[in-house]
Design a protein around this ligand. Structure first.
Ligand code: UDP
Ligand code: MG
Length: 305
C-alpha cells in the first residue's frame, strides 16, 4: 500500500443535512491539491442518518474511511480517535461543516513542506456567529492566556495541520478530558499560524451547546493552569499580612479599640486558613501532574546519537 501523505480527520455529530456536500467539497479540494490523502470521518455517536450517509460515502470512495464511536463522547474525543487511527505523514483536523475553509489545506501542506511541524489556523474574523459567542470566546482565550504556563495561541480552534511526529507525541499523552489545541501547544515542535476568515455555518445548527462549550472551557482551564489551586496561598498571605499590619498600627495609636483588634486577629487567622487551602492546592497540583502523565520532555531531534 502506498504511503498516505495527508490524513484529514473530520469529527461528525448529527450532520445528516450537510455531510455529503461538505465532504464532497473537501474531497474536491484535496483532489485538486494532488497529494495522496484519506478522509477519516469520526462519527461521534450520531442519532440521525449521519452513519448511513458516511457508510455510503465510504463504499463509493475507499479513501473515505469511517470510525464510529459507541456513543457521543464529544468533539475532542472524536478528534483523538481519528489521530489514533490515521496513517498520513501529516494530519489535518477540520470540522465537518466546513466553517473553516478546506481551500487552506494545500497552503498548510506547503508550509509543512517548508519544515513546520504544526500549522494552526488563526481566526482573523468569525462570520455569522452571535456577538455573545464571540465575546465569551474572546474573554475565555484571554483568561486562559493569562493563567496558563504554556503559550496557547488565542483565537484558534482545532483546524490545523500536524506532522506525523506531533501526532505520535499527542498519542503518547494518556490524559483524559483532553483540550486538544492546548496539548498541541504543549507538545511543542516548530509551529506557525495561518490567518483566515471563519465562515458562517451553511447547513444545520451548531452541535456545541452551552454545556459542551462550558465543558471544553473547563477542560482547557483546569488541564493547563494550576492557578485556581494555588492562588489561595498568595491571597491568604495578603489577607494575614494586611490584618497584622492593621493590628500593629492600632497598637501604636493613643486609643486602643479592642473590637478592631479582635477583628484584625480573626482576619489574620482567616488568612492563615485560606493559605492552608493553597498549600493543599500545591500538593494537589503535583498529584494532577502525575495523573496527567505528561512526559517531562519531548525530544525533537538527535545528532550523532
Ligand atoms: N461535533 C462532534 N461531537 C460533538 C459536537 C460536535 O463530533 O459532541 C462535531 C460537529 O459535527 C462538527 C465539529 O464537531 O463537525 C464542530 O462542531 P460545531 O460546528 O457544531 O461547533 P461550532 O463551529 O459551532 O463551534
Ligand atoms: Mg461549526
Amino acid at each position: 500500500m502506498d504511503d498516505i501523505t495527508l490524513s484529514v480527520i473530520v469529527p461528525v455529530y448529527n450532520e445528516e443535512e450537510g455531510l455529503e456536500p461538505c465532504i464532497g467539497h473537501l474531497a474536491g479540494v484535496l483532489e485538486a491539491g494532488g497529494e495522496s490523502y484519506e478522509i477519516i470521518l469520526v462519527d461521534d455517536g450520531s442519532s440521525d442518518r449521519t452513519p448511513e450517509i458516511a457508510e455510503q460515502m465510504c463504499s463509493r470512495d475507499k479513501r473515505v474511511k469511517l470510525i464510529g464511536l459507541s456513543r457521543n463522547f464529544g468533539h475532542q474525543a472524536a478528534i483523538t480517535a481519528g489521530m489514533e487511527l490515521c496513517t498520513g505523514n501529516c494530519v489535518v483536523v477540520i470540522d465537518s461543516d466546513m466553517q473553516d475553509p478546506p481551500e487552506l489545506i494545500p497552503e498548510m501542506v506547503r508550509i509543512w513542506r517548508e519544515g513546520f511541524d504544526v500549522v494552526y489556523g488563526l481566526r482573523k474574523r468569525r462570520l455569522g456567529e452571535t456577538a455573545l459567542k464571540k465575546l465569551t470566546a474572546s474573554v475565555f482565550y484571554r483568561v486562559l492566556g493569562a493563567i496558563t504556563e504554556i503559550d496557547i495561541p488565542r483565537d484558534t480552534g482545532d483546524f490545523r495541520l500536524l506532522d506525523r511526529k506531533v501526532c505520535e507525541a499527542m498519542k503518547a499523552l494518556p490524559e483524559r478530558g483532553r483540550y486538544v489545541r492546548g496539548l498541541v501547544s504543549w507538545v511543542g515542535f516548530r509551529q506557525t499560524a495561518l490567518e483566515y476568515v471563519r465562515h458562517e455555518r451553511k447547513v444545520g445548527k451548531t452541535k456545541y451547546n452551552l454545556k459542551k462549550m462550558l465543558r471544553l472551557a473547563g477542560n482547557g482551564l483546569l488541564s493547563f493552569s494550576k492557578v485556581p489551586l494555588t492562588a489561595p496561598l498568595g491571597i491568604g498571605a495578603v489577607v494575614s499580612l494586611a490584618a497584622l499590619a492593621a493590628l500593629i498600627v492600632m497598637l501604636c495609636l493613643p486609643v486602643f479599640y479592642s473590637w478592631a483588634a479582635a477583628v484584625s486577629i480573626v482576619t489574620f487567622f482567616i488568612g492563615i486558613g485560606i493559605s492552608c487551602i493553597g498549600i493543599v492546592g500545591c500538593y494537589l497540583g503535583r498529584v494532577l501532574d502525575q495523573a496527567q502523565g505528561r512526559p517531562e520532555y519531548i525530544i525533537a531531534r538527535k545528532i550523532n546519537i
